[in-house]
Design a protein around this ligand. Structure first.
Ligand code: CP
Length: 320
């Protein structure tokens, strides 16, 4: 049964999270927390340019366990790159070769990995793992690399950081999120972070992809053309084909909700185009979007390494 962000947050709180360093959602993340993290990401970028590393003198060598129960390219690799630039060792569980195939449960898998005493756990999981009930047994920082349809905190942080860098601030920027908002952990976490930073948010997509009860401060567009005229930031979301297979008419979807050549002409010249990836070119975006000068998708990916480095430093180096 899918869980709402409110449910998750209350369970995390009532579950007695054993330390304040875990990052499982952005609900308790303040505007100041975001800005401090962005400043840290800036300083990591400068250090990397000068030294190729994120720390001049690495502290005690940390060992991080990576447990990804769902596939990932960007999040996993960028956490790994960031960890290695901080001088940490990464120990990934190769899920396909793990004892899950012998029937071991997700909970036992996590408990066994944690029993090996890594310094931290980076985890991607779905609604089939009740991490909230497990947390009191875990005495190490746990960082979400994506939680079902609930939260993707570091994605939202890197999206906001990209907007800040590209547009000299997030406050007052009009961010349009297009597509399967209802089932998107990226959209949920972005609502939280972008509103805290003072952005205006609009959403557009098929009715069945819109939140059942949209927040009062989020504008719902029925016309994507009108929304394109309005926005400063166009954020496409992936159509989750594995979830909707056979139930979405992709030609109709692309005509009504795809970023096509006509809509590229409507977008402001100074607008930027984002997408958390992976992109289904030909569905969310026509292939021309890849070459549009407003496309900042690969900047998002580069910024992901900096933001995840900043999150790891905040967690394991006291933000140093
Ligand atoms: N944006 C994102 O979470 O991408 P991955 O699934 O490749 O990590």
């Amino acid at each position: 049964m899918p869980t709402t962000q409110r449910d998750l947050s209350s369970r995390l709180t009532s579950g007695g999270l054993s330390n304040s360093l875990s990052l499982l959602d952005t609900v308790s993340f303040s505007q100041d927390d975001c800005l401090r993290l962005f400043a840290k990401a800036d300083s990591l970028s400068e250090l990397e340019t000068a030294t190729g590393r994120f720390q001049e003198k690495p502290s005690r060598r940390r060992v991080l366990a990576f447990v990804f129960f769902e596939p990932s390219t960007r999040t996993r690799m960028s956490f790994q790159m960031a960890a290695e630039r901080l001088g940490y060792k990464v120990n990934p569980l190769e899920v396909a070769q793990s004892s899950l195939s012998k029937g071991e449960s997700l909970v036992d898998t996590v408990l066994n990995v944690v029993a090996m005493k890594p310094d931290g756990l980076i985890i991607r999981y779905g609604h089939d793992l009740e991490l909230g009930t497990l947390l009191p047994k875990l005495s190490l920082p746990v960082i979400s690399a994506g939680t079902g349809m609930i939260a993707h905190p570091t994605q939202a942080l890197l999206d906001a950081y990209t907007i800040q860098k590209q547009m000299a601030g997030v406050k007052g920027r009009r961010v349009l999120i297009v597509g399967d908002v209802r089932h998107s952990r990226v959209a949920r976490s972005n609502f939280d972070i972008l509103l805290k930073l003072g952005a205006e948010i609009g959403i557009c997509g098929p009715r069945e992809f819109m939140p059942a009860e949209p927040r009062a401060n989020i504008r719902v567009f029925t016309s994507l053309d009108e929304a394109c005229e309005w926005c400063d930031v166009y954020m496409g979301l992936r159509v989750q084909l594995e979830r909707h297979q056979g139930r979405v008419d992709l030609t109709d979807y692309t005509n009504r909700y795809g970023l096509n050549k006509a809509r590229l002409d409507i977008l402001k010249q100074e607008a930027i185009i984002l997408h958390p990836g992976p992109i289904n070119y030909g569905t969310e975006f026509v292939p021309e979007v890849a070459h549009d000068p407003r496309n900042r998708v690969l900047d998002q990916v580069s910024n992901g390494v900096l933001i995840r480095g900043a999150v790891l430093a905040r967690t394991f180096e006291g933000g140093r």
